[in-house]
Write a protein that binds this ligand. Structure first.
Ligand code: NAI
Length: 538
């Protein structure tokens, strides 16, 4: 702080304490007269922020206010978010961040993060060295190609990495100075942006193919050279690119894709937690997917891993997972299946009615990843209830309008028997005098904890096994009393506590598998806690 004084100190978000500077500090750092007389604690400052936020009616205005706070006083910003995560996470991340990205151009702010244009492919190392922090450990990077359910938002997609990294810090304790939001600018197919003189990104259609692949390769190389301990998290890339990038780099560098692996881990956590709370073995679960696309494969792959970890062979595991797509049940005799779909195709008669498939296969759980809103109709839920005492119903398609059924439908049609979790949020439902709280498979239970463990251990890779360990650890955090209310995931209000416990388990796994970049400490729990960022003034 000695080098930064007076007005500059108040303008430095990392060092600024505002009215919490003591009289001695005000004198020492040339702040006298720049602050009102009272010296306040961070708790008092937080109360003021809460009050000011409550004066805004629209979430987008609360978002803008919070982002200004982040640019003004980082410690107070994180203190505020951590004080009530259930209230503030929807403001700094989904759903509000979606609108914020759409309006990114109009929301004037100081730059936070890096814009890397494909035109700069050969200068990436130099550009990365412009970033003021020299030891960056975590980057969330997008190309803005498929932002939430909003489509191509070009460089305005940067709002997503910014928001996500805020969650790494507030929900996982990753120190903010080690994080770096990045958008790769490869053009946009958003016609509105292309015709808008105020759109500040590259004004051309998305550059694809080899040129795109070479740019991504240059980016990965530059990041690893300039920041040797970096973990790259890919975010909101269009599906095909996302899978290709992940497969190209996951064995070579420390990287993961939250849309694919984080979602798979959180869905798997739900099934593990249900098995545990119902006192059933996970290996007794049978799954039927509606939809056999990218999301289905991400989740099914992790379920296979879990079956294998619990003692089944791969062949046995595959027998317990069925899929049903737009052309019906995936069976061996079908000629329209892609290579990766064949492993989930079984010897069976054809079936093109999903409700009938439920009676035929008798799954304990159905997973909706079809994008078809309403596809889990009354007949489907009733058939699930006929073959299960407690049918597990997971409509995972986003956004809400694409959800295969609503929470209310699942509880009503199953006569209160369903165990329900969805991709999109649903409000609690009352059925025959009892309140059911639907679960939401929110990746926030996975990635901040993963981030903290990777940061602390300086992990060199993120393997599927590590993600499965994260899923198991999340499942352990749910209590029987939560389950009684219908919950199968921990409460977001407890997110920091949950993340620490999950991070400890992940870190153990990282050390056990020889993927840590630091020496194994005596107590992993103390070690993890010692690495965490705590939003208090120093
Ligand atoms: P996708 O387009 O790769 O797959 C969709 C699948 O649904 C295809 O197999 C298709 O044949 C099937 N389908 C379409 N209409 C159908 C119908 N009427 N009956 C039966 N099957 C039908 O899409 P993707 O990426 O797998 O996403 C699916 C949904 O899952 C989306 O709503 C997405 O929001 C959600 N989701 C996606 C994740 C991901 O990692 N891509 C993660 C979590 C959720």
């Amino acid at each position: 702080m000695e080098d930064c004084t007076g007005y500059s100190l108040l303008r430095n978000p990392r060092l600024n304490k505002g009215t919490a500077f003591t009289h001695e500090e005000r004198e020492k750092f040339g702040l006298l007269g720049m602050l009102p007389e009272a010296v306040e604690t961070i708790e008092t400052q937080t109360i003021r922020i809460h009050e000011q936020l409550d004066n805004f009616e629209k979430p987008i205005n609360q978002y803008i206010y919070l982002m200004q706070l982040l640019e003004n006083n980082e410690t107070l910003f994180f203190k505020t978010i951590c004080s009530d995560p259930a209230k503030y996470l929807p403001l700094v991340y989904t759903p509000t961040v979606g609108e914020a990205c759409q309006k990114f151009g109009q929301v004037s702010r100081r730059p936070r993060g890096l814009y890397l244009s494909i035109k700069q492919k050969d200068n990436l190392k130099e550009i990365l060295r412009n970033w003021p922090e020299k030891d960056v450990r975590f980057t969330v990077v997008t190309d803005g190609g498929r932002i939430l359910g909003l489509g191509d938002l070009g460089i305005f997609g940067l709002g997503i990495p910014i928001g996500k990294l805020v969650l790494y810090t507030s929900c996982g304790g990753v120190p903010p100075e080690y994080t770096l939001p990045i958008v790769l600018d490869v053009g946009t197919n958003n016609e509105e942006f292309l015709n808008d003189p105020l759109y500040p990104g590259l004004k051309c259609k998305r550059i694809r193919g080899k040129e795109f692949d070479d740019f991504v390769a240059a980016f990965v190389e530059a990041m690893n050279e300039v920041f040797p301990k970096i973990c790259i998290q890919w975010e909101d890339f269009p599906g095909v690119d996302a899978i290709k990038i992940l497969n190209t780099y996951k064995e070579k560098v420390c990287t993961f894709n939250d849309d694919i692996q984080g979602t798979a881990a959180v869905a798997t956590a739900g099934f593990i937690s249900i098995s545990r709370l119902m006192k059933k073995r996970f290996i007794d679960q049978h799954f039927l997917f509606l939809g056999a696309g990218a999301a289905a494969f991400g989740i099914a792959d992790m379920l296979v891993k879990k079956f294998e970890r619990d003692g089944l062979t791969r062949e046995e595991a595959l027998k317990q997972i069925w899929m049903f797509d737009i052309n019906g049940l995936l069976i061996k005799s079908r000629t329209d299946l892609a290579e990766h779909q064949l492993q989930f195709a079984h010897d069976s008669d054809s079936c093109t009615d999903f409700a009938e498939a439920v009676l035929k296969i008798k799954p304990t759980a159905i997973v909706g990843v079809s994008t078809v809103g309403g596809a889990f109709n009354q007949q489907v839920i009733e058939n699930m209830s006929a073959v299960n005492e407690r049918p597990i119903i997971f409509p995972y398609s986003n956004p809400t309008s694409h959800s295969e059924c609503t929470a209310e439908q699942a509880y009503n049609w199953s006569k209160g028997k369903a165990i329900f979790a969805s991709g999109s949020p649903f409000a609690p439902v009352e059925y025959q005098g009892k309140i059911f709280t639907p679960g939401q498979g929110n990746n926030v239970f996975i990635f901040p904890a993963l981030g903290l463990a990777i940061f602390a251990t300086e992990a060199t890779r993120v393997t599927d096994d590590i993600l499965l360990t994260a899923a198991e650890a999340v499942a352990e955090q749910v209590s029987f009393s939560d389950f009684e209310k219908g919950l199968i995931y921990p409460s977001v209000a407890d997110i920091l506590k949950v993340s620490v416990n999950v991070a400890i388990k992940i870190a153990e796994d990282i050390f056990n598998s020889g993927l840590a970049g630091v020496k194994r400490p005596e107590s992993i729990s103390d070690f993890i806690r010692s690495k965490m960022y705590i939003p208090e003034y120093k």
